[in-house]
Design a binder for this molecule. Structure first.
Ligand code: KG4
Ligand code: ZN
Length: 339
């Protein structure tokens, strides 16, 4: 079985061919990050326009690299939610046109389900059920992966995502977009105890978390230092922020594992590339003797191989769509099909 995956939810135009769910035959990513960097963040209209320009060439390249033609493909998987609506619409409409012209099934894929599936590409031995910490630019949640296409959210952020916290704090610290990876680098030479940062608590669900108070605390400390003419130690502030985010996330994961009894834990999403978070998760998993699965760096961020992988499982579960498929910026629960 060969599935073509298409991803355009944010600022990466990506296409990939995956064989038998987990074998990557090709993965092409055209990143727009350097262009958006000029503006300090993703400019939605620019993202849509670049997707428009690049999507055909990127898809052709993915087919060529996999040494197949569209006739060899069994289904066309596409990210339809969540993301920037104008960006998603480009991928969805392109996939619909391609499915119509080729007579192949159209397979809608939830972007977060795709991030989780990135783990199967790198670790085919990983099988549901297990617990997954999803940490991306727009989402932070603890998910019970009941089956390849069945998910339950156990806890989520009440406000900002961890990635957003990294990016916004990085911006006030003067790092270029996307700041998460810059904070990761700067942390390596910073004193992670130099500044005191809060670890916001949320009432209600013990597995929910919050990052907006932490973000505000960093921004306030940076502005305060500017006002009194002091120079903030960027590397130390980065290290303090990274340590605090890693502590919050590992504590929630530890609790979720204790409450559910899962001993297999995975990580997914762009922030799972963070070296501080990866080592903190390794530490708790070693302590409790949990099995930890983390995608390799190239599969943490947005790519289409993860969409083709999840699309393969959706296809096997009969989760296909007709030509009325739409894109949704948000509001579609993970695992819930809105087609
Ligand atoms: O999953 P992703 O590529 O896109 C979304 O679906 O949102 O995640 C992007 C997020 C950004 O916030 C980016 O700064 C963050 O992942 N990120 C990192 C690192 N690499 C990417 N955050 C912290 N440390 C990193 N090494
Ligand atoms: Zn993503």
């Amino acid at each position: 079985m060969l599935i073509l995956g298409i991803e355009t939810s944010c600022d990466e135009t990506a296409a990939s061919v995956v064989q038998d769910c987990v074998i990557q035959k090709s993965s092409v990513i055209a990143s727009q990050a350097m262009e958006h960097r000029l503006y300090g963040g993703v400019v939605p209209e620019l993202a849509s326009r670049r997707h428009c320009e690049n999507i055909l060439a990127v898809t052709q390249q993915a087919l060529t690299q996999a040494n197949v033609t569209i006739q060899d493909i069994d289904g066309i998987a596409v990210t339809y939610t969540p993301g920037l609506i104008g960006a998603l619409l480009v991928g969805v409409n392109f996939a619909k046109g391609l499915a119509f012209a080729s007579g192949k099934p159209l397979i809608p894929v939830h972007h977060i389900m795709g991030h989780i599936a990135a783990n199967y590409l790198a670790h085919p031995e990983l099988k549901p059920p297990y617990l997954c910490l999803v940490v991306s630019g727009g989402h932070t949640m603890l998910v019970e992966v009941k089956d390849y296409t069945k998910f339950q959210i156990l806890g989520t952020t009440r406000d900002d995502a961890a990635g957003e916290c990294f990016d916004k704090c990085g911006r006030v610290l003067g790092f270029p977009y996307p700041a998460g990876v810059q904070i990761d680098h700067a942390s390596k030479t910073g004193d992670s105890y130099k500044y005191s940062l809060p670890r916001p608590r949320v009432a209600g669900s013990a597995l929910d978390c919050s990052f907006s108070g932490l973000k505000t605390a960093v921004i306030n400390q940076v502005h305060h230092a500017e006002q009194i003419g002091e120079e903030i130690d960027r590397n130390a502030m980065s290290a303090c922020l990274q340590r605090t985010i890693a502590e919050i996330l590992t504590e929630k994961t530890e609790l979720a594992a204790a409450l559910t009894g899962y001993t297999t834990i995975a990580m997914a999403g762009g922030v799972s590339a963070n070296s501080g978070l990866r080592s903190a998760m390794q530490e708790i998993c070693q302590k409790h003797n949990y099995q930890l699965y983390v995608p390799p760096l190239e599969l943490c961020g947005d790519n289409a191989a993860m969409i083709a992988c999840q699309g393969s499982y959706n296809y096997l579960a009969g989760m296909t769509a007709d030509e009325s498929l739409n894109a949704y910026a948000s509001g579609t629960a993970i695992g819930e099909m809105k087609v």
